[in-house]
Design a protein around this ligand. Structure first.
Ligand code: OAD
Length: 236
């Protein structure tokens, strides 16, 4: 831990790979979610207009899985929470819609692609919470409209959440660590370039080289539960 304390401002980006060993499927690995579902059918605003029941079914299954007893934060989530507890400035931004960072003890988790346990409304600005399945018959608790409640997920073609704050942190960090993401989806895939422009040291921790691997100054490849605790405690 001590070595990372030479950095004043750390930004950590996580993706599906950090939760893989907790039992949550990634998107693009073998047997990943996008191998068995067309993202155009379940993860776009057009899909929700066309067939909201199918979209609800897809996210209801993800939510039920997340809430099952088998799914728990792993050593990588815990190592990040421990770093946050001992370092004054660790900004954690995740593309994941699970709550495993929070359950590991992280506070201020910036969910740029939304959260599975939240709902939003297509008719009003209400954001709610849910531990149960959503359906087309749900009424919005704020405006009372029916069939407008949707999972609070950023779909393809929509604007990720809190981008201004995230870019501000990237432009002012001196260490950027990317964990468990394939680097396929922008804007997150471009964060390494922003951090480099800020003069930050850039580190990739992933099972294998990502799409944008060559942009990183330092790489460690392996399972998140091995390399993340090792890197954050600087055994690597
Ligand atoms: P991907 O499924 O695209 O990539 C997961 C990455 O994690 C891959 O590079 C794997 O090699 C790596 N990985 C797998 N298991 C690992 C392990 N045990 N330890 C370390 N790394 C491991 O997931 P994301 O990059 O997060 O967006 O995907 C980005 C976005 O694309 C998601 O947020 C989602 C998706 O479409 C939306 O749904 C809007």
């Amino acid at each position: 831990m001590a070595k990372l304390h030479k950095y004043k401002s750390i930004v950590i980006l996580t993706g599906a790979g950090i939760s893989a060993e907790s039992g949550i499927q990634t998107f693009r690995d073998q047997n990943g979610l996008w191998e068995n579902h067309r993202l155009e059918d379940v993860a776009t605003p057009e899909a929700f207009k066309r067939d909201p029941a199918l979209v609800h079914q897809f996210y209801n299954m993800r939510r039920q899985q997340l809430l099952s007893e088998a799914i728990k934060p792993n050593a990588a989530h815990i190592a990040i929470a421990e770093l946050q507890a001992s370092h004054p400035d660790v900004f954690l931004v995740t593309q994941n819609i699970d709550n495993l960072h929070e359950r590991a003890g992280s506070s201020h988790v910036h969910h740029m692609h939304g959260e599975l346990l939240k709902t939003s409304c297509t008719a009003c600005p209400h954001i709610g919470e849910t531990l149960v399945d959503l359906s087309v018959d749900d009424l919005c608790m704020a405006c009372g409209e029916s069939a407008t409640t949707r999972p609070h997920i950023v779909w393809f073609g929509e604007m990720p959440i809190e981008m201004e704050m995230i870019f501000d942190k990237l432009m002012n960090c001196d260490l950027f660590i990317s964990i468990g993401t394939s680097g396929n989806v922008y804007p997150a895939a471009g964060f390494v370039q922003e951090a480099r422009m800020a003069g930050a040291h850039t580190v990739e921790l992933n099972l294998e080289p990502s799409m944008g691997s060559s942009a990183f100054a330092e790489h460690h490849h392996g399972k998140a539960t091995d390399i993340v605790p090792q890197y954050l405690s600087k055994d690597l």
